[in-house]
Ligand binder design. Structure first.
Ligand SMILES: Cc1cc2nc3c(=O)[nH]c(=O)nc-3n(C[C@H](O)[C@H](O)[C@H](O)COP(=O)(O)OP(=O)(O)OC[C@H]3O[C@@H](n4cnc5c(N)ncnc54)[C@H](O)[C@@H]3O)c2cc1C
Length: 372
């Protein structure tokens, strides 16, 4: 059986790995000239780690990342409103995850797909992100929705953190949020969420704007911004797909990851859900010793995945609405909102979401003689 996976991001690489484990011959088509992943850090919750274990790469990913043990929500002055301890998630550099997933796969770079309907294989997987050409060919009605918020992200050396080991998120007036997550020796990943518009100024000017806006917030925020290299500053609008797209079309086309359900990052679940998609699809398709048709598998895949990703995307959007509310938020209001806001809501919401298990036992542990 032959599959074409369009897109060599986290979702596409994980799908290619999973199908390969099920005995499929897979080609990944990636439009970029090389597979190097831009990006900062990612939090991966236990659901994502179980998916990575299924794919046989959970060990190396854990070794490349650092456990997230705690966090919470603070005021701009540094007072803790909520503190949470969490067990299970890790923070990892996106480039490390990408490299581990890509190892040993057949990827054609510089291969932008423009006519998805002309692709020919037993299974075609659109893993081509929020602007998916595959989705556009089969579900042009699905719209990208703008949250009205933008983000900045970067990674800085761990020394900028000082004594703080936990990370967390801070909410200030005007809908501003600053979060940071230690990633062990790989440094500290920080992010800002702020009201639109998307800035078009040079990165150095944007960084100066951030340093001014967060200059009187508690440490280590000014220190993290001071340690940031403008060349490593990422700036994006926060978007999602609404409603999420169907995840299968006809007898042989599926969507995974952001192509089907790009979501705002407020629950830290976009890549985690892409990994769940990849494993679910790979587990359900016929493979190795056969069983069922691709079409049946795709129906089951859509039935399993679409309600779940719609729920996660909806919760993520709601957290962003509350946390990104503009206007002068008094500290009393912040306290009242604390139970609903990202640090605690992220932990509670994501822990519930993180209970996911792969639909079948992993083929990655099956030895050549068929024994586990
Ligand atoms: C600010 C921010 C913070 C985030 N934080 C987290 C987090 O902490 N945890 C988490 O789980 N998720 C997080 N996410 C979400 C996560 O980044 C995405 O959900 C995830 O990267 C989606 O992976 P993907 O493979 O589906 O899509 P993408 O990463 O977009 O990959 C798509 C790939 O397809 C390629 N491509 C596109 N079009 C074509 C074409 N026509 N032909 C060939 N190739 C094509 C692209 O070049 C790209 O390589 C965050 C997102 C944002 C914006």
């Amino acid at each position: 059986m032959r599959a074409i996976v369009v897109g060599g991001g986290i979702g596409g690489l994980a799908t290619a790995r999973g199908l390969g484990l099920r005995g499929w011959e897979v080609t990944v088509l990636e439009r970029q000239p090389s597979l190097e992943a831009a990006g900062a850090g990612l939090s991966l919750w236990p659901n994502a780690l179980r998916a990575l274990d299924w794919l046989g790469v959970g060990g190396p990913v854990r070794a490349a990342g650092a456990p997230i043990t705690g966090g919470g929500l603070r005021t701009a002055a540094g007072a803790w409103l909520t503190r949470v301890t969490v067990a299970g998630p890790i923070a990892v550099h996106r480039a490390d995850l990408h490299e581990i997933l890509a190892e040993g796969l057949s990827v054609r770079t510089g291969a932008a797909v423009t006519d998805a309907r002309s692709l020919d294989a037993d299974l075609i997987v659109g893993a081509d992100g929020i602007g998916s050409a595959v989705r556009a060919a089969y579900a042009p009605q699905i719209r990208i929705r703008d949250s009205g918020q933008v983000s900045w992200r970067s990674v800085v050396p761990a020394s900028a953190l000082g004594d703080d080991r936990d990370g967390g998120e801070t909410m200030g007036p005007g809908g501003l949020r600053f979060g940071y997550v230690p990633m062990g020796p790989r440094g500290v990943y920080w992010y800002v969420a702020a009201p639109a518009p998307l800035r078009t100024t040079a990165p150095a000017e944007q960084l100066a704007e951030l340093r001014a806006a967060f200059g009187d917030w508690h440490e280590p925020i000014p220190r993290l911004l001071a340690a940031t290299d403008p060349g490593a500053l990422l700036h994006h609008p926060l978007l999602d797909l609404h409603p999420v797209a169907p995840m299968r079309f006809g007898a042989r086309v599926a969507l995974v990851g952001d192509a089907a359900h790009a979501m705002t990052p407020n629950l830290g679940q976009g890549a985690c859900q892409a990994l769940e998609d990849a494993v679910t699809l790979a587990a359900l398709v016929p493979g190795g010793r056969g069983g069922g048709s691709v079409e049946e598998a795709l129906r089951e895949y859509d039935g399993m995945r679409r309600p779940r990703v719609a729920m996660v995307a909806r919760r993520s959007w709601q957290v962003g609405r509350v946390a990104g509310a503009r206007g002068a938020v008094t500290s009393a209001m912040v306290r009242a909102l604390a139970r609903l806001t990202p640090a605690s809501a992220t932990a509670r919401g994501a822990e519930r979401v993180a209970a996911w298990e792969p639909p079948t036992a992993t083929p990655a542990l099956t030895r050549a003689d068929g024994r586990r």
